[in-house]
Design a protein around this ligand. Sequence first.
Ligand SMILES: [Zn+2]
Length: 301
Amino acid sequence: MTILDLLAQGTVLLCDGATGTELQNRGLAQGEPPERLLLDDPDLVLSLHRDYIIAGADIIETNTFGANRGRLAHYGLQDRVTELCVKAAELARQAAEESPRRVWVAGSIGPTGEILEPLGPLSPQAAYDDFAEAALALEQGGADVLFIETMMAQDEAAIAVRAARENTRLPVAATMSFEKGKAGLRTPWGVDPATAVQILSEAGAHILGANCGRGFDDMVEIIAEMRPLTERPLLAQANAGLPQWIDGRNVYPDTPESIVPDAIRLLEIGVNILGGCCGTGPPHIRKMRKLVDQFNEEKQS
Ligand SMILES: [Zn+2]
């Protein structure tokens, strides 16, 4: 059974929380790429996966959000994309296989960090090749599904989804990041949730949604807007509120208790995969595990 079969049966799944901010909490230095830990301290990455599984996550994400040539070039790791993605998927797979329950491994794919032509230097073909390399390596390392996330530009998001669909056999989820401004909810590149549903669907994403952004309250509005527009499963991974810079690090305000009302709203309006983004950790996931279990039980009875 694939993850899509399970979602089609109406089961709501719980994803894990943040990788980047949580690895920083556990010692990763500010400004260091989280992917470097795959080489220097794989046990730290493995222990984060295990903690999320113990907290109740059905899906854990690989530590590969920035594993593309453009981002890794800043650290001299640009030629190690395949190696890092395979390694990351294998580590997550290892943690998943230790679990007595079924745990799914999602290969994380973030934006290139560069701007596409004609406004920027990145050619569509180079972006496609970059995403294809990561997607293929994540599949090779044992990922069950790909999570293309924190997308902001519509052309880049569509290229990423196509590259993942055309180069792997895996189900593909794609989420964009929205913030509320004068024009309403938009990505920094001006994409609204309805347009996101359209472009991600047309590109072939099996699962759509939103991640990151400002917090669980905005996420309720985003998912409420997307739900009537698509039959496909929706994925929501919100940040733990807007961070404050305190003592040289970002501190996120939302506690496991404070997100409960919005997490319940997300379930009620029809989200299919719930999880967390920046600032959420295993305690947030443990809290949401109870809510998701309750919701799934009530729906069955
Ligand atoms: Zn985030």
